[in-house]
Design a protein around this ligand. Structure first.
Ligand code: UTP
Length: 479
């Protein structure tokens, strides 16, 4: 038997979590060692606190809506915003990008259970014609932005224990998509044990714990723990452009958004789109007690979600959260080191486990609780947070589900519509249906154009303009 040098087993027993070692004596030595090392990751005090506050009977599951009001936000010029203020923001963002202060940051540690794809979600073939991966789309947008601003960007990618090796191997296999590999940084997020409804830590097998990633909010402490923040400081990076791995439309580094963040002296800024309809499953930017908060769709009563402004007819709580942020490095440090950190949320899930005899159990309904941190919970602690409107068609079409809304099919269609709009904007004709979906297959490499402006520049440099009617793939123009 492996020696329990740290007294770990005793501490689990004293905490009422002795079941974790129920099969320990019959495990081979290497499994014992693995279980001990997983157990050593667990903060038993934290688990106990979470069980008392989130799982125990009587634990409050309601969100405080007292004094809630919709959050103000900076509107796009096309929606009543001040064009001059937007131009100033864009110029400030461009200056920051030229000076190398900004890095891209992707959270890619999720489990992607709804999509049901086998492999890290970032490797999912997402583009409509060439089936390029999510990671390739981001990599090329980041490469293109680095070329445009004359400063190659650093890119930080948060993985999970489960997908870390596969993610690194994918980048390796693709030559880091032409990026300088010394500027692509992978680090793992933390993980948390799942518990049953009585608060007992679950085993996944006789010799391993049911551990899962600690949520995208875990990114703040993982950035700190991994040394990524120190690296940023040494590289003169003070601003992180945060986005999720599932949204290929995202402007990975958006000068105007970065500029709003910097000129306002914001510590954490957020993009918003007006909700398409009241029941749309987006979080809502709100103000509570003078602080900016995101209230999830499941926590805001439907009556409030449906409320409209009597004069304009717009939804009162229209500012939807699309999980795109700019975050200040020192703020992340403060949040990661601060005593109160982010609050955990409870998610009831089906968790594969073992029964008292060690037999595998695959539950048909939720049998336990996972604990997750959400990055937007940092907003109330941020100084001068700013919310900035963006156009959904140019920034947001996530791949979440295998079918239906937010699926590969809807995302491909949104990419096609975007390519068709860009091609139209330079005066070429593109046959489309009434929703703007082109009739022929189109794909634009992010190295040709990653937004309307860069697309138009590359297009203007083409000698003979290509025909569009039968389909078109535009690759990188010669440098
Ligand atoms: P989602 O909330 O969509 O979760 O993540 P998910 O795990 O990817 O998918 P489901 O719910 O199992 O279907 C939103 C973003 O946050 C990242 C994901 O990778 C995605 O970019 N994320 C989520 C993490 O990086 N870590 C986590 O622990 C959770």
């Amino acid at each position: 038997m492996t020696r329990d040098t740290t007294g770990l087993i005793g501490s689990f027993r004293r905490a009422g979590q002795g079941q974790v070692f129920a099969f320990f004596d019959r495990l081979p030595a290497e499994s014992q060692a693995r279980l001990l090392s997983e157990a050593a990751e667990i903060d038993l005090g934290e688990v106990d606190r979470l069980v008392r506050t989130l799982v125990a009977e009587g634990a409050s599951r309601t969100v405080d809506l007292e004094g809630l009001s919709p959050a103000p936000y900076e509107r796009l010029p096309s929606h009543g915003g001040d064009p001059a203020a937007w131009s100033r923001a864009k110029a400030a963002g461009e200056t920051a990008l030229r000076s190398g202060r900004v890095a891209a940051f992707t959270v890619a540690g999720g489990q992607g259970t709804r999509l049901g794809y086998d492999g890290p979600k970032g490797t999912f073939p997402v583009t409509p014609v060439l089936r390029r991966s999510l990671f390739q789309v981001f990599a090329w947008k980041i490469l293109a932005a680095g070329r445009r601003f004359g400063r190659p960007l650093h890119w930080f990618i948060m993985t999970s224990h489960q997908n870390h090796a596969q993610t690194e191997a994918f980048f390796e296999e693709h030559g880091h998509f032409g990026l300088d590999r010394a500027r692509v940084h992978f680090f793992r997020q933390g993980r948390m044990p799942a518990v049953d409804f009585s608060g007992k830590i679950l085993l996944e097998t006789e010799g391993s714990l049911a551990l899962s990633p600690d949520g995208h909010g875990g990114s703040l402490r993982a950035l700190e723990r991994s040394g990524a923040l120190d690296l940023m400081a040494s590289e003169g990076i003070d601003t992180l452009s945060y986005f999720q791995v599932d949204n290929p439309l995202v402007r990975c580094v958006d000068a105007a958004f970065i500029g709003w963040h910097l000129t306002r002296g914001s510590e954490m800024s957020s993009k918003t789109v007006p909700k398409a309809y009241p029941e749309e499953k987006l979080g809502h930017f709100c103000v509570r007690g003078g602080e900016l908060v995101v209230i999830e769709y499941s926590d805001l009563p439907l009556a409030l979600q449906r409320e409209r402004d009597p004069s304009t007819g717009a939804l009162r709580y229209e500012a939807g959260s699309i999980a795109i942020h700019v975050i200040d490095r020192e703020f992340i440090q403060r949040m990661a080191r601060g005593a109160d950190g982010l609050p955990f949320h409870r998610a009831d899930k089906k968790i594969s486990t073992v029964d008292a005899d060690g037999r595998e159990v695959r539950p048909g309904k939720a049998n336990g609780v996972k604990f997750e941190l959400f990055v937007f919970d940092a907003l109330p602690s941020a100084r001068r947070p700013v919310v900035v409107e963006t156009s959904r068609a140019d920034d947001f079409s996530p791949v979440k589900n295998a079918e239906g809304v937010d699926s590969p099919a809807t995302c491909r269609a949104d990419q096609l519509r975007q390519f068709a709009r860009w091609i139209r904007s330079v005066g070429a004709s593109v046959p489309t249906d009434s929703t703007g979906l082109p009739e022929a297959p189109l794909e634009v490499s992010p190295l040709f154009g990653y937004d309307e402006g860069s697309f138009a520049e590359s297009w203007s440099r083409l000698g003979a303009k290509p025909a569009v009617a039968d389909g078109l793939c535009l690759e990188a123009p010669p440098l």
